[in-house]
Design a protein around this ligand. Sequence first.
Ligand code: 5AD
Ligand code: FES
Length: 351
Amino acid sequence: MERLYTQESLGSEEIVDLLGNLDQTSRKRLHTFAHQKRVARYGTGVYLRGLIEFSNICKQNCMYCGIRSANKAVSRYRLKPEEIMDCCREGYNLGYRTFVLQSGEDDWYTTDKLAGLVADIKRHYPDSAVTLSIGERDDETYTRLFEAGADRYLLRHETASSSLYEALHPTMTFENRRDRLRALKAIGYQVGAGFMVGLPGQTNEDLAKDLLYLKELNPDMVGIGPFLPHQATPLKDEPAGTVEATLDMIALARLFVPDALIPATTALGTAHPYGRELALKAGANVVMPNLSPLSVRPKYTLYDNKICTGDESAQCRFCLDQRIEGAGFHVDMGRGDSLNWLSRPPGEQAV
Ligand code: 5AD
Ligand code: FES
């Protein structure tokens, strides 16, 4: 444990040991240390990103995910580019300067359509960043979307255990996932990796691998949330990941990748009424409120009981301002680029 605080790098065994021995006191100390690291790098601002879930149609079949292709019970939708533009306009007027376009792996959205959409958003809102979260595509698509103006790309590695990865992703491979992350980085995106905590069968050894992989990849963003069961998936009866373990991993991610942007995830806000606030106090510095039209929000359910999908959710912005201030932070509506990316040599940057 001490080695964590003296900047020495930890190996797998030491991480496993640390995770296995956390108690109330050491956990508090870990979270406080991560919080201090975040304040030193990013201050007490919390960046807000407007999330637009534009299609819940997905060709993949991840065992944990509510919009997996085998789930015939979900009512599928796909927003048209004009509808997505409407969400951006509304978001821009509310002050958002990052739009996160997220969807299932939906090939109706061809490279041309996506590139046109990204270029349109950047033309209308040149002071905003566009983040894509649309899964695995080929090099050409990633390159063209980057050239169209996309700034960032979220592609969680989901788990750094190859056996667990393959068990959970019948239609995808561990190697390809890593290859796609490398490709995104090489193209010049600010890249977001990340994983779920408490996946069925996941061990502390696996979580140690997640942290070591993060260190190796050195991503710009790291999304971490608890696994939460969805009733229409094969994992419906599995226990959810715990809030505690998720917060510990967020704190450790802050220490392993200090310059990363780390969201207080919706999954954590679903698992605990103050999950996002707790994450902000354990090293997270981003929140991603939903900007999707209210009519489609209940359909984008990756797990059960997702928050902010009902009538009250039109007030997310206001609700979040209060929550963030209440937790001792302040909202920052800037683009909020990652320090890691800003410090890369100019030739390697997009702007
Ligand atoms: N529980 C928690 N997180 C989930 N995700 C997908 N399904 C679930 C679930 N059942 C996460 C994945 C994905 C991100 C968009 O949501 O990590 O990358
Ligand atoms: Fe959506 Fe609080 S953030 S209601």
